[in-house]
Structures are given as C-alpha cells and as structure tokens.
Ligand binder design. Structure first.
Ligand code: IMP
Ligand code: MG
Length: 183
C-alpha cells in the first residue's frame, strides 16, 4: 500500500520506502561486522516488527535464526512500573546466545527496557536492540539501543508494520496519521 492509496489519512510521509531500505542496508552492514562468527538470534516483537525483521534479516549476510515474542503493556496506569505481559514467548532457549531484539519503534521505552531485562535473566551471551524508529521526546525510560534507523518527532505514526487499530501495517512508508482519523 502506498501513501496515495490512503489519500488524506496521512499529514506527512516521514520516511519513504527507499529511505527505509537504504538505512536498513547500513544497519545490516554494521550488524554483519559486529556479529561476524557469532551465533545470532534475532528476536522480533510481534506484530509491529514483522516488516523490519523481514527486510533486515534479508539484508544481513551472516547466518542467523529468527524467533518471535508478543508482549503487551498492562495499560496507562501501570506504564511507569514497566509491567509488561508476555502473550507469546520465544520458542528458543537463550543460554549462551547473542540476542538481537528487533523492534519497530521505541516510544516511552517501557516495553523494550522490560523485555531486555526479561531476556537477560535467561542467560544469553549478549542482548542488544535494533529499532527502526525512535521518538526521543517521548522517552520515559532510557533504553540503550545499539542500532537505530531514524529518530522521529513525538507524533503518532503508521506504516511499515506500525498500526492504528490494526490498520496501515501494510503501508510501505512511515507517515504521521492525520488527527481526523483517530479523533
Ligand atoms: P513503548 O513501550 O512506549 O516504547 O511502546 C512501544 C510500542 O508501542 C511499539 O512497539 C508500538 O507497538 C507502539 N507504538 C508506539 N508509538 C507508536 C506510533 O507512533 N504508532 C504506532 N504504534 C506505536
Ligand atoms: Mg511493537
């Protein structure tokens, strides 16, 4: 799906399909170098990271495995406590493995800081994070993210895996959702 297919639903296209692919190729080159000779497990966070995972994994030259987790925040009232619920856990054991979490976006940082701590308790050799997007102005928790695609303003965005009410995930670019869509 292209921005012109949803005329009026976006105020701005923030990151184009071409920019995403270019940036993923750069990140993949770094990851290839950093993980050469290591046993790498990419952990994708469902559902938003599906597109990043698919394109990043194919841009990488190193051998790797992929696994998936689904998590959900308990809600606004518990957000500051960082309580996250696992809806689907990993199939793989992490002991001794180099884990790279693949995420679509870091907003408050609550989900990823919780997830990283959770995975560390499972005894991996390392845990790093790769996120396509980060909203620095929305950070409530500082998360050490090794690989970031783009820093974006604190607006609600959709596309390339990111949804509003489960829609727009198949948009090829990332854009700011027009307020009339959710108001
Ligand atoms: P955090 O715990 O606040 O960092 O939230 C991260 C999760 O919230 C992401 O993995 C997304 O699923 C969702 N999210 C945050 N910001 C946006 C957005 O602008 N559009 C769509 N989903 C978002
Ligand atoms: Mg997500």
């Amino acid at each position: 799906m292209l921005p012109e297919d949803i005329q009026g639903d976006l105020t701005t296209v923030l990151v184009t399909e071409e920019q995403i692919q270019e940036r993923l190729a750069e990140l993949a080159a770094q990851i290839d170098a950093d993980y050469a000779g290591k046993d790498v497990l990419l952990v994708g966070v469902l559902k938003g990271a599906v597109m990043v995972m698919a394109d990043l994994a194919r841009a990488l030259s190193i051998p790797l495995e992929m696994d998936w987790m689904a998590v959900s925040s308990y809600g606004a009232s518990t957000k500051s406590s960082g309580v996250v619920r696992i809806l689907k856990d990993l199939d793989a054991a992490l002991a001794g493995r180099h884990v790279l979490i693949v995420e679509d976006i870091i907003d408050s940082g609550v989900t990823l800081s919780w997830l990283r701590e959770n995975l560390i308790t499972r005894g991996p050799a390392s845990v790093e994070i790769c996120a396509l997007l980060r909203k620095p102005d929305a950070a409530k928790v500082e998360v050490d993210v090794k690989y970031v695609g783009f820093e974006i303003p604190n607006d609600f965005v959709v596309g390339y895996g990111l949804d509003f009410a489960e829609k727009y995930r198949n948009l090829r670019s990332v854009g700011i959702l027009a307020p009339h869509v959710y108001e």
